[in-house]
Design a protein. Structure first.
Length: 208
């Protein structure tokens, strides 16, 4: 029975490799595999680990499901690392579409982007990896290294377009940088040249 199960898992991993351009591998201390018409799923518990492309995800529990095993859902003490993009995320609830490369988090999270020298924490995240766009919500606090100093941004929501380098803060937005404070309903930061634009009711304190 053990040999049959081992062979079946090997065939599944091989088929995953054929269906996608990226190999997917998985492991867990406790596993449940369902393979029947209309339903295919793998549930991993007790140290669940999944690697797909450049992503490595570790959590207390994880499930792979959907057509061609396209979706991954995880919960409990999640750590995600993407060495290619230089990103690490810690959270409690996560959903990932491997085909569309969309990552959705509906719990408090922390993200560290070493390539952009950016750290943020908030209550929700939608990360479109193909288009390099992050949408963070529910009381965002973000830190960005700019000209050797820490720029602190806070707002109700933040959109970060990595492809253009534009940070868009909306709702009670505030930026503190180089001893200066900027507050407005909407603040836009161009991280290429660190230009700060304010719109709506604004106020600020500039030193020097």
């Amino acid at each position: 029975m053990i040999k049959k199960l081992s062979l079946l898992l090997t065939l599944i991993i091989f088929s995953l490799h054929l269906l996608f351009s990226e190999t997917i591998t998985f492991s867990g201390g406790e596993s449940r595999l369902v393979m029947r018409e209309g339903e295919k799923s793998v549930t991993l518990k007790n140290g669940a680990e999944v690697t797909t492309g450049s992503l490595f995800i570790k959590s207390e529990e994880m499930s792979l499901s959907g057509d061609d095993w396209k979706t991954i859902s995880a919960k409990g003490d999640i750590n995600l690392k993407d060495e290619e993009r230089g990103i690490e995320i810690n959270t409690e609830s996560l959903w990932f579409d491997r085909e569309d490369e969309i990552l959705v988090i509906s719990s408090w999270f922390e993200i560290d982007d070493t390539t952009e020298e950016l750290y943020a924490q908030a209550g929700s995240l939608r990360y479109d990896m193909k288009n390099e766009k992050l949408e963070m919500g529910m009381q965002v606090t973000l830190f960005k290294i700019a000209e050797g100093e820490v720029m602190k941004c806070t707002s109700e929501s933040v959109t970060y377009d990595k492809s253009t380098g534009i940070l868009s803060l909306k709702g009670g937005a505030k930026v503190v940088w180089k001893g200066d404070d900027y507050e407005a309903q909407i603040i836009t930061v161009d991280t290429n040249d660190n230009t700060i634009s304010l719109s709506g009711r604004i106020k600020g304190t500039i030193n020097g």
